[in-house]
Ligand binder design. Sequence first.
Ligand code: HEM
Ligand code: HEM
Length: 185
Amino acid sequence: MDHQQKTHYDLFSQVFHWVTAILVFAAFVLGPEHLGRLIKQGVDPATRIDIVWHETLGVSVLVLTVLRLIWVALRSGPPEHLMSPWMHITGKLVHAALWVLLLALPLTAFLALGSEGIPLTLLGGLRIEQIPLVKSSGISALTDWGDLHQLLGDTIVWLAGLHAGAAIYHHVVLKDGVLKAMLPR
Ligand code: HEM
Ligand code: HEM
């Protein structure tokens, strides 16, 4: 171990970051369109491979995000780069928004499934018929959770695109180490 200024994220943080990014984009591409309508027509979600994959990828993102937050609390802190205060703060805000979205996406999905009484159907035949507590608690009446989930799904992809654009700008224009910090040495 050297005691110089840290230039890179540790390997765990890097693996968590890139695996999560890939899973989020894959889940987005498979975003099950008009699921509510299909269900009303009597379609069992377990028979739709796009829905099963979407939910499995999404639940994997949730599990990874929880493990990753534990790791963030344990690790010695991210590398810091010299930059103007506004850029530093904007970066922190975008990261915070991405963390919130990573948790809000599965949460709104569970609320949508629970409100509509739609089973959660995962790969391997895993199936939860009714998400507990949602329907009886009045949460389901607060909003259309499916619409909100879709809006947040679109938002995370736009924000991640902006975030990726910023990383590339750092690399190509500012020529600092921000992008390299998230890449293997
Ligand atoms: C990684 C995070 C996720 C992203 C980016 C994402 C994105 C999306 C998007 C964009 C849609 C709308 C698709 C369309 O109408 O074209 C959607 C719908 C849906 N997603 Fe997700 N999702 C994620 C996680 C999850 C999880 C964890 C679950 C289930 C546990 C889930 C279940 C659903 C369901 C049931 C719908 C249909 C909602 C409705 O129309 O009422 N999603 N998702
Ligand atoms: C859905 C996709 C993505 C999500 C949810 C996401 C989320 C995040 C989060 C939460 C962090 C902070 C990580 C930590 O503290 O361990 C981060 C850092 C970073 N991400 Fe992403 N990211 C995504 C895609 C991308 C892409 C496509 C790129 C590059 C082309 C990228 C480049 C970076 C870089 C360079 C950092 C380090 C920035 C810094 O230290 O200020 N990310 N990302």
